[in-house]
Design a protein around this ligand. Structure first.
Ligand code: 13P
Length: 251
């Protein structure tokens, strides 16, 4: 059975003291109230070990926002999957559109990162999604299918089953323009079909597929009510405890 998940992506926000305060608030809010989904925060590298020390990971999961495409060595400024795992974090966002767009990440890079993350015991939260021009010219289903195939279909069924996917239409990220619940559902069902064709219906049914892009307390319930939308990957609204909890409570 797939899980319902709400994951925060803090991106390049918060100083360490601000991040520790936010993580502590979210952890306390989750511990105080019953909730019906797994909750994860993905935070800057600098925050991983200190945040791990203040949260209870039985209550709130912890992840990085990226990792290197090498394990160790002369790669100045990079942080490897085993380093992330050594902080106590257990998740890592990979393939975010901002990494693809601003840092030139390709399917080849992402295959390496996924393999290294899995080898380090991390759960990748793998992002896919089309840009506005692809939505408008009608190629979005093919674009997203190719993103899944090119970066992930070298995996065994067992390894593919360890992934969380996140559909994030680029035109909806940070724009306030959310995909409609029907647009999200159509794409999530499409992605599940692509997975089923390669790995079989059971693997497809067991894969959690999150929606990301201007998800907030006011639209989360409608999105999460769709049968193939298993939660959200939340940017801006994960930076305020009340907003993030408002989304968690949509389940
Ligand atoms: P926003 O929620 O700020 O639109 O960001 C979504 C996102 O990119 C999460 O990874």
């Amino acid at each position: 059975m797939r899980k319902n998940i709400v994951a925060g992506n803090w991106k390049m926000n918060t100083t360490l003291p601000e991040g520790l305060k936010l993580a502590d608030e979210v952890n306390a809010a989750l511990a105080a109230e019953k909730h019906n989904c797994d909750v994860i925060i993905c935070v800057p590298f600098t925050h991983l070990a200190p945040v791990a020390a203040v949260i209870d990971q039985n209550v709130l999961g912890l992840g990085a926002e990226n990792c290197a495409d090498h394990t160790s060595g002369a790669y100045t400024g990079e942080v490897s999957a085993p380093m992330v795992a050594s902080t106590g974090a257990t998740y890592v966002i990979l393939g975010h559109s901002e990494r693809r767009q601003y840092y030139g990440e390709t399917a080849a890079t992402l295959r390496e990162k996924v393999d290294l993350a899995l080898a380090a015991g991390l759960t990748p939260i793998f992002c896919i999604g089309e840009v506005l021009a692809e939505r408008e010219n009608g190629t979005y289903n093919d674009v997203v299918k190719a993103q899944v195939e090119d970066a992930l279909f070298h995996l065994s069924a067992e390894d593919f089953g360890k992934l969380i996917l996140a559909y994030e239409p680029v035109w909806a990220i940070g724009t306030g323009k959310t995909a409609t619940a029907d647009q999200a559902e159509d794409m999530h069902a499409h992605i599940r079909g692509v997975i089923a064709a390669k790995y079989g219906e059971q693997v497809a049914q067991d894969t959690s597929i999150l929606y990301g892009g201007s998800c907030k307390p006011s639209n989360a319930a409608e999105l999460f009510a769709k049968p193939d939308v298993d939660g959200g990957l939340i940017g801006g609204a994960s930076l305020k405890c009340a907003d993030f909890m408002g989304i968690v409570k949509a389940f």
